[in-house]
Write a protein that binds this ligand. Structure first.
Ligand code: A2P
Length: 313
C-alpha cells in the first residue's frame, strides 16, 4: 500500500492487541520468519517491550530494520502537546527502535493522565478543552524530529478526519478502524480514498479473544458465519483466510492478531486467495453495522461523548 509522502506499507500485518507479553515475542519472531514485514503495536497493549524483543530476534536472524514496518499508537492520556513526544520516545525505547514507520492517534478522545477505569465524566476532556488539532501539531513535530515517518489516526469518523484535514500541515496518512463483513463502512472507505488516507482494518477476524466486558450476550461470531464457512469450503481455505482475503481485496491493510505459529502462517497465506465477484457480493450482503469495539469506555454519564458523537452516526 502506497501512503502519501512515503514508503510503501506492507499490506498484511500482525496485530498484537491481546497478545500476552509471554507470547508476543514468539509471535513477532514467527510472523517475521514466515514473511510478515508489518507489526502493529500500541502503548496501551502493554507488551511493547516483548514485541521489541521479537523484533530484535528477527533482526539478529538477518532481517533489516528498513525491511520492517512498525506502527504504534499514542494513548488517550498523552494528548497534551507536551506529552506526545515523550510518549512516542517511550514506545521507541520499549520497542528498541530509533524511528517508527507510523504513529497513530489511537482515539479522537483525550483522558486525564491519572484516570482509572471505569472512567467518570471528569476523566474525559471535552473536545474543545484538548483539541485533536493541537495533539496533531505535536505529532507533526515528531515527524520533523525524525522520530516517525508517517502520522495518522485510528477510530476517526469521516467528519473528524475532515476536521483534521482542514488544519493539518502533514496530512494523516492512515485511519485504522474496525472493519470486517459485519462492519464494512463503505462510506468511510470512499472518503479516505478521496482524500488519500490509507485504511487499516482492525479486528478483521471479529476479535473473539476480547475481554468478557467488551462482549455482548448472543453477539454474532464472524468466524462461524455460514456464508463465510461456505466460502472457506469453496476455496479450500479457513474462515479466517476468507476474511483476510476480503480485506485485502477491498484495498485495505489488515492486521489479524495471532500468537499461534500455524495460524500466523495460515493468515499470511490468505494473500494468495482470490475471491470472485460473486464471493464479494455474498460478503457485501453480510454488512449489519455491527461494532465489536464500540468505544463504550469513552461514553460515560455526563461525559462529553455519546455513541452518536463518538462515531458521528
Ligand atoms: P490466536 O492468537 O490463538 O491465534 P482479531 O485479529 O480480529 O482481533 O482476532 C484475533 C482472534 O482470532 C484471536 O483469538 C486469535 O487467536 C484468533 N485467530 C487468529 N488467526 C486465526 C485463524 N487463522 N483461525 C482461527 N482463529 C484465529
Amino acid at each position: 500500500m502506497q501512503l502519501i509522502n512515503g514508503k510503501p506499507m506492507p499490506t498484511l500485518g500482525l496485530g498484537t492487541w491481546k497478545s500476552r507479553p509471554g507470547e508476543v515475542r514468539f509471535a513477532v519472531r514467527e510472523a517475521i520468519r514466515a514473511g510478515c514485514r508489518h507489526i502493529d503495536c500500541a502503548t496501551i497493549y502493554g507488551n511493547e517491550v516483548e514485541v521489541g524483543q521479537g523484533l530484535a530476534d528477527a533482526m539478529a536472524d538477518g532481517v533489516g530494520r528498513d525491511e520492517l514496518w512498525i506502527t504504534s499508537k499514542l494513548w488517550n492520556d498523552a494528548h497534551a502537546p507536551a506529552d506526545v513526544r515523550p510518549a512516542l520516545e517511550a514506545s521507541l525505547s520499549k520497542l528498541g527502535l530509533e524511528q517508527l514507520d507510523l504513529y497513530l492517534m489511537h482515539w479522537p478522545v483525550a483522558i486525564r493522565g491519572n484516570a482509572s477505569f471505569p472512567l467518570r465524566a471528569h476523566d474525559i476532556f471535552a473536545p474543545g478543552a484538548m483539541p485533536v488539532a493541537t495533539t496533531w501539531q505535536a505529532m507533526e513535530a515528531c515527524v520533523d524530529a525524525g522520530l516517525v515517518r508517517h502520522v495518522g489516526v485510528s477510530n476517526f469518523s469521516a467528519r473528524k478526519l475532515q476536521q483534521l484535514l482542514d488544519v493539518a500541515r502533514i496530512a494523516p496518512a492512515m485511519n485504522q478502524v474496525e472493519l470486517h463483513p459485519y462492519l464494512q463502512q463503505d462510506a468511510l472507505l470512499r472518503f479516505c480514498a478521496t482524500h488519500g488516507v490509507g485504511v487499516t482494518a482492525y479486528s478483521p477476524l471479529g476479535s473473539g479473544d476480547r475481554p468478557k466486558g467488551m462482549k455482548t450476550a448472543g453477539e454474532p461470531v464472524l468466524l462461524q458465519d455460514p456464508v463465510i464457512l461456505a466460502l472457506a469450503d469453496k476455496h479450500g481455505a479457513s474462515a479466517a483466510q476468507i476474511l483476510i482475503a476480503w480485506a485485502l481485496q477491498r484495498g485495505t491493510s489488515v492486521i489479524p492478531k495471532s500468537v499461534n505459529a500455524g495460524r500466523i502462517a495460515q493468515n499470511l497465506a490468505a494473500a494468495k486467495i482470490v475471491l470472485d465477484a460473486d464471493d464479494m457480493r455474498q460478503l457485501a450482503a453480510l454488512d449489519c453495522h455491527r461494532r465489536y469495539l464500540d468505544g463504550a469506555d469513552w461514553v460515560v454519564d455526563g461525559g462529553p461523548f455519546t455513541q452518536a458523537s463518538l462515531w458521528d452516526e
